[in-house]
Design a protein around this ligand. Sequence first.
Ligand SMILES: *Cc1c(COP(=O)(O)O)cnc(C)c1O
Length: 411
Amino acid sequence: MISFSPPRIDQKIIDEVVDTLRSGWITTGPKTKLFEKRIAEYCGGKAVLCLNSATAGLELMLKWFGVKEGDEVILPAYTYSATANVIIHCSARPVFVDVGGDFNIAVSEIERAITEKTKVIMPVDFGGLPCDYDSVNALVQKNEIKKIFSATSSEQKMLGRIFILSDAAHSMGAVVNGKKTGSLTDASVFSFHAVKNLTTAEGGAVALNLPPPFNNEALYKTLCVKSLHGQDKDALAKAQKGNWRYDVVDAGYKMNMTDILASIGLVELERYDSDTLKKKKLICEKYNDGLAIYPWALLPIQKVEAQDRKVETSYHLYPLRIKGINESQRDEIMRKIFDRNVSVNVHFIPVPMMSFYKGLSYNINDYPNTYKMYCNEISLPVFYDLDDKQIKTIIEAVVKSVSEVLNVSAR
Ligand SMILES: *Cc1c(COP(=O)(O)O)cnc(C)c1O
């Protein structure tokens, strides 16, 4: 069986983890701080905070901005439910909008959804392809949109407009006009979950990039406190000689990353561009080469090369689409692919199709392109240790399964 996305665990990772285990310091400490510094250097964020998940990072930033009951947060219907759940945790209302042909949030739909209650927009870089942040950033600066923004917290007053919080769970290392995600908008949140491009088993990071008068370094320190019980000293600081006394200045959360996890991340980041991204791109190109000849194959958009806009994905997913099939034909094709011992997946079942959100009266019919993109999507395996023979097996499994189902339905 070819798995969908096993992690790359080699001796280098094991050695680094063992080094941490033997160091006498296993929770948040020097390795986490080093990992934060390295991520900031890598992505160009002005400060980076590591946490135990991307979900924690998204929630922390919504709470920091003062999102509360009565507020609205705009996000794409096509995402993983974590993006929406954190809005519910703040007692605010998720306002889903439809996506475009690249699976990413449609900027024209955002504009239609903005009201005087809108506090935050959460674009999602689907599969690693960055959203059109130039347009989203410009949109919230428009006079008529700034005018209806109603600031109710000191952070909201200071920003004076809608906050752009990017769900960059997939897109570490993706590039827009030479700039990486993490430096493209106010704040971006990466995921280091086991299946993500860069993993620490579980983990996430917030890259801060707020405009003046915000001080991103000072905000980083505030968020360190907020993500660790509201305690004004972390465990490492408290462990210093005579430094035991501390205060709690906020009813904070418990979201910190451990040094054990950071040690995995440090190894992963060091070889991310030279190794991981290179290999993932190569795999996607092989899929393109093998599938492009089939008239039913809709290949994913992973690069944009317009005159003023050069975009490249981080190749997190290979979201293949099959022209002209419905949801049950897609499911049947997937069954046949699994029968050929290849694991595939669907990214994602749109959030408005989930029971909890249906219970809140959301309806997938309100997001027609999201449903259309979901119906015929099949994600193929993209992971570091995938070899040429396996890629060939996967392509064959897809081609045979699609042909069988298309013939059956044509009869
Ligand atoms: C994985 C994922 C998340 C959540 O990441 P965690 O680190 O598991 O919290 C959020 N959004 C999207 C789009 C994801 O794919």
